[in-house]
Design a protein around this ligand. Structure first.
Ligand SMILES: C[S@@+](CC[C@H](N)C(=O)[O-])C[C@H]1O[C@@H](n2cnc3c(N)ncnc32)[C@H](O)[C@@H]1O
Ligand code: SF4
Length: 308
């Protein structure tokens, strides 16, 4: 029987070395050392991989504050690593053999930046973007498939397509994923959310006019943008930008304290159960409907080039 697709978000550790204004996970304080024990990480992944067609997202906090995870992940089969995306803030460079092995074998290594200059980046993100880009270059040379992950918000809506993407492409990066800022966690109530539909429509104008088709760019939006994007679908397609609605998938999110939720954005909601109290994860999951659709999850995708 064909396995059902499951999007897994595994929050291996909550803590982080920086404190971004928008962090939906409310990470940053190293006093709270919540983390999934190393001995549980591969067994969770392996059990779910056998039961589902798994898309694995390893998130934090910041994974490079916990480098032993790479020794653990390096034991997994290559086919499992091929289904994995790791996301990092890129502030830490490490090139131990395990880091090299894992980064070379996973599908995507996403590094987050919010602009190509410190002025743009620091609107939300509290680190030196030039150092992050240097590290990203070194990881790229190491053989990692680097994807720069950018949050679209009011502070970069004018510059992201026209200035930031070309500047990053000139530095040798060609894969980008753009997600709109969500009002979740520390992002809730932030003045940088794009509230006016007119501003979003202006952004689509810029996309149509300037998005270079030689790059691989994926832009993900929640259901509140479906109508505006669909109204411009013909213009977008003419500009070689593909538009695709996303069917709801099964979704599972495992937090650093072992709490299980369905939605990855739902960092403070009620947990279904805790993995530390279960000895058969898949059997327990069968008691829930994991099919997920909400106001924050991506509902429509635009892309140019290859999917990244
Ligand atoms: C929670 S972080 C964890 C990984 C790593 N610390 C990092 O920043 O890349 C994962 C991604 O979520 C993004 N993110 C955090 N809060 C967000 C929000 N409120 N809306 C949209 N994206 C958000 C970050 O910019 C980052 O790209
Ligand atoms: S977005 Fe990432 S880097 Fe920023 S505080 Fe959250 S976990 Fe840390």
């Amino acid at each position: 029987m064909k396995k059902q697709r499951l999007d897994l978000h595994l929050y291996t550790n909550e803590y982080c070395n920086i404190h971004c204004k928008h962090c939906y996970n409310d990470s940053g304080d190293a006093r709270f050392k919540k983390e999934i024990p190393l001995e549980n990480i591969n067994s969770i992944i392996q059990e779910l991989y056998e039961a589902y067609d798994l898309d694995i997202h390893i998130e934090g906090g910041e994974i490079f504050l916990r480098p032993k995870i790479f020794n653990t992940l390096a034991i997994l089969d290559k086919e499992i690593l091929q289904c994995m995306t790791i996301t990092s803030n890129g502030t830490i460079f490490m090139d131990t053999p395990d880091v090299q092995y894992v980064l070379k074998h996973i599908e995507n290594f996403r590094i987050s930046v919010e602009g190509h200059t410190n002025e743009l980046n620091s609107v939300l993100r509290d680190c030196d973007v030039l150092k992050v880009l240097n590290n990203a270059e070194k990881y790229q040379k190491m053989g990692a498939n680097i994807v720069l992950r950018i949050t679209l918000h009011r502070g970069n809506i004018q510059t992201l397509i026209r200035d930031t993407l070309p500047a990053l492409a000139n530095r040798g990066f060609h894969n980008f994923q753009i997600y709109e800022l969500q009002s979740v966690g520390r992002g809730d109530g932030l003045d940088y959310c794009i509230r006016e539909e007119k501003d979003f429509n202006d952004f689509i104008d810029t996309l149509i006019e300037y998005l270079p088709t030689r790059m691989n760019v994926k832009l993900m939006f929640n259901k509140s943008r479906v109508k505006s994007i669909n109204l411009r679908k013909n213009e977008l397609i003419k500009a070689e930008i593909q538009v695709e609605e996303i069917e709801p998938n099964l979704s599972l999110s495992i937090k650093s304290d072992g709490g299980v939720n369905i939605c990855p954005w739902d960092t403070f909601g009620d947990v279904l159960f805790n993995i530390h109290h279960e000895n058969n994860l898949v059997k327990r999951l069968n008691q829930f409907n994991l099919l997920h659709d909400c106001e924050h999850c991506s509902k429509i995708k635009m892309k140019v080039g290859k999917t990244c």
